[in-house]
Design a protein around this ligand. Structure first.
Ligand code: TGC
Ligand code: FAD
Length: 387
């Protein structure tokens, strides 16, 4: 039996440093996540002190300079970290994605020196939990039509509106929120938990990402001092650049979930006997397993190449869309097929597959739906917008 999940020796393309990072995060997931994740997901609870734990292993804003508390690593390292975290659960990767790519990245890239010094170290350590508000009740795939408004008021601004489906909203200490100003320009603002008029109702009873909290961000005429405006961006380029970073990380993360499902299915198929033979001996099951490892291998190579391009600052948003779309779909297919290989055992919490499968139903929708990413590719190759 060949249990490798690195069929094309992709690991050899990485330097020692990345393998060390991979093993460190893998050990963390084994010790801190795997023992309780099923119970937490079943009970709709998060892992206690998750963000601080992620901070301690350098998984928050790894690409942020050490001058601001980050690990000063590159994008390949970020990808490897995401892969290992999501092998544990998408909720763990989600926490790290949002904090790193959607909260730290915009402050690091578009923030003032004061904002970077004030917020980045506490976000990197996990002492402060961030959220990212782009999606609104009436605008999910079309955030450019957002209704949240920022209106000048004396030395500062007033913020009115609401964001929904926001990861970590109920537990966030601050949020990077995108709103339109009086000129219709998209601006990023930092909201703090104690701001008067800020509330974060929770969205309950999800069947997916049950170890992650999701909610709304509601702004009832919140006063925003002007120093909380991100100074260096005033268009949709702001939020969409954050998405480039997060989507890149997801393209890696879901490979971790897929590998976890595949490994469990392969092991189970070799042990489970029906009609006198291990089910792995039957061609129908071999087809499933062979196609899974093929698709995982293709995804690994896609993300590795994207990592090289990202490190060289040459990865286009369209390339990132293709990788996010392909790899999430791949992981969801692997999870669905793996679950079938386990028969009835595939639906219980003794195995991680159903949990991964349910999580991936969110991952295929957030950070741009499967359809939106196809339309991005379609627009790129034809020059015609299909939106
Ligand atoms: P469009 O007219 O094409 O462009 C408007 C401006 O933005 C620029 N731009 C980008 N810049 C950087 N990166 C990108 N990927 C960019 N795409 C476009 C563009 O150059 C232009 O700039 P400027 O300066 O000329 O104004 O934009 P559009 O309004 O037609 O929208 C395009 C579309 C549909 C692709 C975009 O809106 C989109 O991606 N929609 C999907 C929304 C989405 O992904 N939302 C995610 C919310 S966050 C989330 O889900 C977090 S889950 C986290 C977790 O828990 O892990
Ligand atoms: P809609 O945009 O209403 O789409 C519904 C369907 O219509 C989809 O199948 C879509 O593909 C399709 N569709 C839309 N437009 C077109 C078109 N032009 N052509 C063809 N088909 C189309 N958002 C944040 O801002 N921050 C977060 O932290 C965050 N976390 C999330 C966490 C979870 C668990 C989930 C589920 C979502 C989260 N989101 C977050 C929101 C997420 O980004 C949106 O759900 C996503 O962008 C899709 O928006 P929507 O749900 O409104 O779907």
């Amino acid at each position: 039996m060949n249990t490798t999940v690195d069929y094309f020796n992709v690991g050899e393309l990485f330097g020692e440093e990345y393998l060390l990072i991979r093993d460190t995060i893998r050990d963390f997931v084994r010790a801190e996540i795997l023992p309780t994740i099923d119970q937490k997901a079943q009970r709709h609870e998060e892992i206690p002190d998750l963000m601080k734990k992620l901070g301690q292993i350098g998984a928050l804003g790894p690409f942020v300079s050490s001058a601001y508390g980050g690990a000063g690593l590159d994008y390949m390292a970020y990808g490897v970290i995401m892969q290992e975290l999501e092998a544990g659960d998408s909720a763990i990767r989600s926490a790290a994605s949002v904090q790193s790519s959607l909260v730290m990245y915009p402050i690091y890239t578009f923030g003032s020196e004061e904002q970077k010094n004030k917020y980045l170290p506490m976000l990197a350590s996990g002492d402060c939990i961030g959220a990212f508000g782009l999606t609104e009740p009436n605008h999910g795939s079309d955030p450019s039509n957002m209704e949240t408004r920022l209106v000048k008021d004396g030395e500062g601004y007033r913020l009115n509106g609401a964001k929904t489906w926001i990861t970590n909203a109920p537990i966030c200490d601050l949020a990077v929120v995108w709103a339109k100003d009086e000129e219709g320009k998209v601006r990023g603002v930092i909201i703090e938990r104690t701001d008067v008029g800020f509330s974060t109702p929770e969205i309950k009873d999800k069947w997916s990402l049950r170890a992650s909290r999701t909610g709304e961000l509601v702004f009832d005429s919140i006063y925003i001092p002007s120093e909380r405006l991100l100074p260096d961006v005033s268009s949709m380029r702001g939020p969409l650049s954050c998405l480039n970073s997060a989507r890149y990380g997801i393209s890696w993360g879901v490979i971790g979930a897929a590998i976890d499902c595949y490994q469990v299915a392969l092991q189970y198929a070799s042990e489970r006997t029906q009609f006198g033979k291990p089910i792995a001996a039957y061609q129908l099951q071999q087809k499933k397993l062979a196609e899974m490892i093929t698709e995982i291998t293709k995804a690994q190579l896609l993300s590795w190449r994207l990592g090289v391009l990202k490190n060289e600052n040459r990865a286009t948003p369209q390339q990132i869309s293709m990788a996010k779309r392909n790899n999430v779909h791949m992981a969801l297919q692997v999870a669905r097929e793996s679950r079938q290989i386990l028969g009835a055992m595939g639906i219980v919490g003794d195995y991680p597959i159903m949990r991964h499968m349910m999580n991936l139903e969110s991952v295929i929708t957030y950070e741009g739906t499967h359809d939106v990413h196809l339309l991005i590719t379609g627009q790129d190759i034809t020059g015609i917008s299909g939106f």
